[in-house]
Design a protein around this ligand. Structure first.
Ligand code: ZN
Length: 277
């Protein structure tokens, strides 16, 4: 299909987090006939897990992912266990919300460490331990590779290849990948690794645009069509594997979209998804 299915649009709630609380975001999505939503844990905690689940059921929204778990590496074993326990709670919450998957930002170097390989081993071990908890409960875990500029502080899994390697090693049951174009569009191996992932591993698809120039490493993501990513081409590559899930708009934009009228932001997301998605 040339144009994306407008029914497949989902809003990651970070996109509106400066203007609206979670209740307002849910009501906004309903008002604009957007069927998918991906909430963050802090927003869910503020509104209350039960109330969030009730609103989502009431409005028949699809939770296309729950943001987020991960952050496995830490200096001490006790700290790693604390983080693992927190991930167990994230799995429980994702189940309560009926989320399609728990999205994992795996974590970067522990304080004071320069041991990137050791950190990646800690991620592998943390994932393995979390899978023992999540698999019997039936909550899929989606590894989200992050752009290498975040390797130190947020995620030392930076490529689709690394994510695929982890799936190979740990097994596909209840484990897959969240493909975020902001983090992966530059990768020369994108198409090969998407084909390698195949339908079974493609758990989520996040879209926005890469602005050139980018003014902030974290909070200057672009609206679809304002940057250099061939979003349509990448979406078609993912759908060529049989992916029929949502296209989740995730825009951190302190300089622009977080300052705008949130209803206008949602209208723009809908229009740009159709035009460029
Ligand atoms: Zn993402």
């Amino acid at each position: 299909m040339n144009h994306p299915d407008p029914q497949k649009l989902s809003i990651n709630t970070a996109t509106l987090r400066q203007q609206w609380d979670l209740r307002q975001i849910i009501e906004g999505c309903v008002r604009h006939e957007i069927r998918g939503i991906s909430p963050w844990r802090d927003q869910v905690a503020a509104l209350g897990l039960k109330e969030t689940a009730r609103l989502i059921r009431q409005h028949q929204l699809r939770v296309t992912g729950y943001c987020r778990g991960g952050m496995f590496p830490a200096v001490t074993a006790e700290q790693r266990q604390t983080r693992l326990n927190d991930n167990f709670r994230a799995v429980d919450e994702a189940l309560e919300l009926g989320a399609a998957c728990l999205v994992l930002v795996v974590g970067g170097l522990p304080a004071g460490s320069k041991d990137l390989n050791g950190t990646r081993q800690q991620v592998r071990d943390g994932l393995s331990a979390l899978l023992e908890y999540s698999r019997p409960l039936g909550m899929p875990l989606a590894i989200e590779p992050l752009h290498p500029m975040y390797a130190a502080d947020r995620a030392c899994v930076n490529t689709l290849k690394q994510a695929n390697d982890l799936c190979d090693e740990l097994g596909d049951e209840g484990l897959g990948i969240a493909v975020d174009l902001y983090h992966t569009w530059w990768d020369a191996d994108f198409h090969r690794e998407i084909a390698r992932a195949g339908l079974k591993r493609l758990l989520a698809f996040h879209i926005c645009d890469w602005l050139n120039p980018t003014q902030d490493m974290l909070e200057d993501r672009g609206m679809m069509g304002d940057g250099v990513i061939d979003i349509r081409g990448f979406r078609q590559a993912v759908e060529a594997q049989g992916y029929t899930g949502f296209h989740e708009v995730e825009i951190f934009s302190r300089l622009n979209w977080w300052t705008k009228d949130p209803d206008q932001v949602l209208l723009t997301c809908k229009a740009r998804h159709l035009e460029h998605g």
